[in-house]
Write a protein of this length. Structure first.
Length: 236
């Protein structure tokens, strides 16, 4: 099972063995992905499912903030109503609690496995500025490359800041521009100059190189980790 639906806990048959089979099939797919050192999208899904199960266990209710932004308020209200009706049935609630008690340690174990991979990938990443970095560095260019540095993926980035109920959060929007073959005379500084000539709206762009010392799956692992690491780097 490649994906566990957002409402898998309350969807369909509320039966411990059935939900156990569903969850284990999903976690087997997660393990296969992690064995290939492919973290995403499973890592984000695991975090979501774990947080939601914890919210249900502790509060006996679904938490709106636990759900991805793409879930509409109307969809959430339908899920909430369905869940509220279920918890009024003691037998169903007992079955749900058994499912949650089984699922939490299973998902936690997968999360820990993913976290080990994530931390290793992060440890292999190096971030360095290309040329002089202007005071305003919330937008610019990212050069992203894996060994043996034969090709560089170039992205335009913009850091967005928004307020949460408890803290200030940062997000990173990226727009792919091109892949450039790395040649002896085609340095990163030269690539930056080429971008300045091509895109006049950023005459003095902040430009950073994110380089990995090891090879990883680019889209499933390296890029998601690199983006999160870059947000931490630029927020210092």
């Amino acid at each position: 099972m490649e994906k566990l639906s957002k409402d898998w806990l309350t969807q369909g048959l509320i039966d411990f063995e059935y939900k156990k089979y569903m969850l284990l099939a999903y976690l087997q797919a997660v393990k296969s992905s992690f064995d290939r050192v492919e973290l995403y999208p499973f890592m984000a899904d695991l975090v979501f499912h774990y947080r939601n199960l914890m919210a249900v266990k502790e509060n006996k209710t679904l938490i709106r903030e636990s759900f991805p932004k793409e879930i509409s308020l109307e969809e959430f209200k339908k899920l909430e109503l369905s869940y509220r009706e279920m918890i009024e049935d003691d037998a169903v609630m007992q079955e749900l609690e058994s499912i949650i008690d089984f699922a939490l340690p299973q998902i936690r174990s997968s999360l820990q496995e993913g976290s080990v991979i994530y931390e290793y990938v992060e440890s292999q990443c190096e971030i360095s500025p290309i040329g002089v970095t202007p005071l305003y560095a919330r937008e610019g260019y990212l050069f992203v490359t894996l060994p043996p540095e034969k090709e560089t993926a170039i992205y335009r980035y913009q850091v967005s800041i928004f307020e949460d109920s408890q803290e200030q959060l940062r997000g990173l929007n990226t727009e792919f521009i091109e892949r450039v073959e790395k040649k002896p005379l085609h340095t990163y500084e030269r690539m930056k100059l080429d971008l300045i000539r091509q895109y006049s709206d950023m005459p003095n762009p902040a430009t950073y190189l994110i380089l990995s010392k090891s090879r990883f799956p680019f889209y499933e692992t390296f890029m998601p980790v690199a983006k999160r690491l870059f947000v931490k780097h630029i927020s210092k």
